[in-house]
Design a protein around this ligand. Sequence first.
Ligand SMILES: C[S@@+](CC[C@H](N)C(=O)[O-])C[C@H]1O[C@@H](n2cnc3c(N)ncnc32)[C@H](O)[C@@H]1O
Length: 208
Amino acid sequence: MFQSFFSRQLARPSGLFGRLFTARWLDKANVGMNTLTLESLDLAGNDRLLEVGFGGGYLLQQVLVRGRCQQVAGLDVSPDMVAHVGRRLRRYVVAGKARVALGDIESMPFADDEFSALCSVNTLYFWRDPARALAECRRVLQSAGRLVLCFNSKHDMEQWPGHVHGFSLYELAEVERLIAAAGFGDITTRTAHDPVQGEFYCVRAVAT
Ligand SMILES: C[S@@+](CC[C@H](N)C(=O)[O-])C[C@H]1O[C@@H](n2cnc3c(N)ncnc32)[C@H](O)[C@@H]1O
């Protein structure tokens, strides 16, 4: 019972529990994955970054605190996370450096070529149609823009009982093939492991 509740929280954190527990838990549990994602993005001062599925907002805040980007945007399907992170990043939003929006990766409220870098950590499991989601990523990225996707290995996720409640799991080769089919090249993957999250992949690709 709690397992399915918590799995649904991970897919879309909501309510008081989402704000007070899930958002904080995500920020702590996923530090290793978010850190490797940031490294792989290799951001520069003129970058315009979009993070899809920001959860508690840890990665967005790290980028803003380090002042590594010209513009930072976030998109999430959870209205409660959009409100929570909007408050957390208020000073950057007011200064025009950051914006957070409600929406789904499969139909993003952004213009073609709007971003130079796009990342998404721990969201792939919840996409209804990965080919469509990746086509949207390609559309909003400018040519030569970087995409970084970070997700747990299928093998490790299968050891966790909560995965049966709404998680779709993929082999690395399948994800790399979908990324290539969506119009990306130069695909490189780093495999890492941490005590909280187990084995995970950080796949970086360049929009062709
Ligand atoms: C497991 S949390 C990961 C949060 C954060 N990236 C991290 O690693 O700590 C998944 C987040 O993605 C969001 N999400 C799930 N499906 C999504 C979709 N189709 N489009 C956009 N965001 C989505 C959820 O609302 C949630 O905030």
